[in-house]
Design a protein. Structure first.
Length: 239
C-alpha cells in the first residue's frame, strides 16, 4: 500500500513523504529565499525536494550575479581611486623653466656655454692668438707685452664674472633636483598606497569567494544526501 502524499508548503503539490523535509532543515542561505517567496511558512512546514533544488539554484544564481557585481564595483573603486586626483607625474623641467626670469635663463645659458668644449676651444684659440700677436707680429710695439698683464686682467675679470654665474646655475639645478626628488616621492607614495589598496581588495574578494564556495559545496552535499535518501526510499517502497 502506497504511503499518503504530503502537500508541499511552497509549491502546493502532493509529494511522497521521503521527498519531504521540514523547513527547519533547509540550509540558511536557501531558507531566506523560500521565506521571501512564502513569508508565512513555519519551521515544521513540509518542503519538497523540487522546491529545495529550485531555491538552491536561485541562491547560486543570485550569488554569482552578486559576485559579478562585486568584481565590477572593485574595478570601479580602483578606477575611482586612481582618477580621484589628477595625475601626480609632472614634467619638472617644464614646470621649473616656466618660473625662470630672463636673467636666470641668461645665467643658465652662460653657465652651459662656459662648461662646454666650444668655450674651451674658442677661449684657447683667443689665448694663442693673443700671445702670438704680442710676441711675434707686434714685437716692436706690442699692446700687451710679456708677461701679458692685460691678458691676466681679462682672465681675472672673466673668472670673477663666470664664477657667480656658475654658482647661481648650480643653485637652481639643486632646487630643480630637489623638486624632482619630491615629485618622485609623491609618485612612489601614491603607487605604494594604490598597491596596498589593491592587495586589500583582492584579499577581501578572495575571502568572500571562499565563503561562497563553501556554501555552494555544502548545498551540493545536501543534494547528494537527498539523492541518496530518495534512492533508499524508492528501494524501500519497491520492497
Amino acid at each position: 500500500m502506497d504511503a499518503p502524499s504530503v502537500k508541499c508548503a511552497v509549491c502546493g503539490t502532493d509529494t511522497i513523504p521521503h521527498e519531504i523535509r521540514p523547513f527547519s532543515m533547509v540550509s540558511h542561505p536557501v531558507d531566506d529565499f523560500i521565506r521571501a517567496a512564502v513569508p508565512e511558512i513555519g519551521p515544521d512546514a513540509p518542503v519538497c525536494n523540487r522546491c529545495r533544488s529550485l531555491y538552491r539554484r536561485k541562491y547560486v544564481e543570485s550569488a554569482l550575479t552578486e559576485e559579478k557585481g562585486e568584481l565590477s564595483s572593485l574595478e570601479n573603486a580602483v578606477v575611482e581611486s586612481l582618477s580621484k586626483e589628477e595625475t601626480i607625474a609632472r614634467n619638472v623641467d617644464a614646470m621649473y623653466n616656466e618660473r625662470l626670469s630672463v636673467g636666470q635663463r641668461l645665467a643658465d645659458r652662460m653657465a652651459a656655454f662656459g662648461g662646454s668644449w666650444t668655450f674651451i676651444i674658442i677661449f684657447g684659440s683667443i689665448l694663442v692668438i693673443w700671445i702670438a700677436v704680442n710676441s711675434f707680429l707686434l714685437m716692436a710695439r706690442p699692446f700687451d707685452p710679456y708677461p701679458f698683464i692685460l691678458l691676466n686682467l681679462v682672465l681675472s675679470c672673466l673668472a670673477a664674472i663666470q664664477a657667480p654665474v656658475i654658482m647661481m646655475s648650480q643653485n637652481r639645478q639643486e632646487a630643480k633636483d630637489r623638486l624632482r626628488a619630491e615629485q618622485d616621492y609623491q609618485v612612489n607614495l601614491k603607487a605604494e598606497i594604490e598597491i596596498q589598496h589593491l592587495n586589500l581588495k583582492i584579499d577581501q574578494l578572495l575571502q568572500h569567494q571562499w565563503q561562497r564556495l563553501l556554501e555552494i559545496q555544502r548545498l551540493q552535499l545536501e543534494v547528494l544526501d537527498e539523492l541518496e535518501d530518495g534512492r533508499n526510499g524508492a528501494t524501500s517502497a519497491q520492497k
